[in-house]
Design a protein around this ligand. Structure first.
Ligand code: SF4
Length: 325
């Protein structure tokens, strides 16, 4: 991502001011407590988790006490949280810690029962400061919007791309705080419905906000249904006829008109058209505008005579047809 440094600094400074005082944040270097909180928080709201967390830890304060407890006792302390396989896996994982020592590396944590990529990264980064990006549903949503990426977040390919972006954004000096800040942003500001963009610390870095697509993202395609995607295609032309283009994010090897209005002025609406790619139904608004001498990061001027030899995406071709009529 362009401007990753500004994104990190703004996000972290916001997080330090607004972070909620939660019991597991008072013991940030205790991997056992962080792990219990992360497992309890799966599919359960923070407010509902707090009393269970405190009761569970006063009965099972460390891995040894959890591993040696009767299973019925563990389940009784879990009763009400649901998804009992989580409690069984906690006990199984505690018994996989020799001498009750919580593992110290990401790979060892990831190998415990019931721990996936997200939980391993959350525990490793928060408790040990290891540089692993924790990517849950909140983080996927924030990335889809910040990058204005209409990829289907149910698809493994999109998830892998978003995980790579999260890794690129991660503050390697403060990975625990950074991961918690991303999750806090998704939970409290960049919410699934009606994100409060006006209060968002990374609004200036958010391409979805610039394009006005934040309420349509992320895209989730279920059971072959079609997803509606609204995008704004920008035609910026220089006096000598050169066009502003960028390498396509969706189609490797192709070029496209940018979708981002940041840095474009004197906007004029040209028209709109529809376009469908597999399960995605796009409504494309086309605008024309001018950019200053400094072009947006990731874009470049391409002379008109070179256009014929460049592979352009179909959406860009359709947009150009509206002005070349
Ligand atoms: Fe989410 Fe809005 Fe912030 Fe973008 S500006 S990250 S859409 S809350």
């Amino acid at each position: 991502m362009e401007a990753a440094g500004a994104f990190r600094a703004k996000l972290l400074s916001w997080y330090r001011n607004v972070r909620r005082d939660l019991p597991w944040r008072r013991t940030p270097t205790d991997p056992y407590r962080i792990w219990i909180s992360e497992i309890m928080l799966q599919q359960t709201r923070v407010a509902a988790v707090i009393p269970y967390y405190e009761r569970f830890l006063s009965r099972f304060p460390n891995p040894l006490s959890l591993a040696s407890a009767p299973e019925q006792d563990v389940l009784a302390h879990w009763a009400g949280l649901g998804y009992y396989s989580r409690a069984r896996n906690l006990q199984k994982a505690a018994s996989q810690m020799p001498g009750g020592e919580f593992p110290r590396t990401y790979d060892e944590i990831r190998a415990l029962s019931g721990i996936g990529d997200y939980t391993a990264a959350a525990v490793a980064s928060i408790a040990y400061g290891l540089p692993y990006a924790a990517v849950d549903g909140n983080v996927l949503r924030v990335i889809a919007r910040v990058e204005n990426d209409p990829g289907d977040i149910k698809s493994p390919k999109t998830r892998a791309r978003f995980a790579a972006i999260a890794d690129e954004l991660l503050d390697r000096d403060q990975p625990g705080d950074f991961n918690q800040a991303m999750m806090e942003l998704g939970a409290t500001v960049c919410t699934p419905k009606n994100p409060t963009c006006l209060l968002c610390p990374v609004r200036e870095e958010c391409k979805g906000f610039a394009a006005g697509t934040q309420n349509q993202l992320p895209i989730k395609i279920r059971d072959g249904r079609t997803a509606e995607v609204h995008i704004t295609v920008v035609i910026a032309e220089r006096d000598d006829g050169a066009l502003l283009l960028r390498p396509s994010k969706q189609l490797a090897g192709f070029w496209e008109l940018p979708f981002d209005l940041a840095g474009v002025r004197d906007l004029e609406r040209v028209g709109s058209f529809g376009h469908q790619i597999t399960f995605r139904k796009y409504t494309c608004d086309v605008v024309r505008g001018r950019v200053g001498r400094k072009v947006p990061v990731g874009t470049e001027w391409v002379a008109r005579e070179r256009l014929a030899e460049l592979p352009l995406t179909t959406i860009s071709k359709k947009a150009l047809r509206l002005v070349d009529r």
